[in-house]
Design a protein. Structure first.
Length: 74
């Protein structure tokens, strides 16, 4: 009887440990997914900012700005 009680206690501890580990994995997975979403949004914003910067600094745009400034100064 004593051995059965010990076995049952150990099984209960094992199940409890597995449950906590599973809960911890779920928390970590959620945290990881949120971080990935944040990084994807940040990456998209950086791409947009980069595209705008490239447009502004492109040779055609620079020529237009120079032409407009030249016309204004005359």
């Amino acid at each position: 009887m004593e051995l059965e009680r010990q076995v049952n206690e150990l099984k209960a501890k094992c199940e409890q440990t597995e449950k906590r580990a599973q809960e911890q994995r779920q928390v970590e997975e959620k945290k990881h997914a949120e971080e990935i979403q944040f990084l994807k949004r940040t990456n998209q914003q950086l791409k947009v900012n980069n595209d705008v910067t490239v447009m502004v600094l492109s040779p055609i745009h620079t020529e237009r700005v120079y032409t407009c400034q030249h016309v204004k100064s005359n």
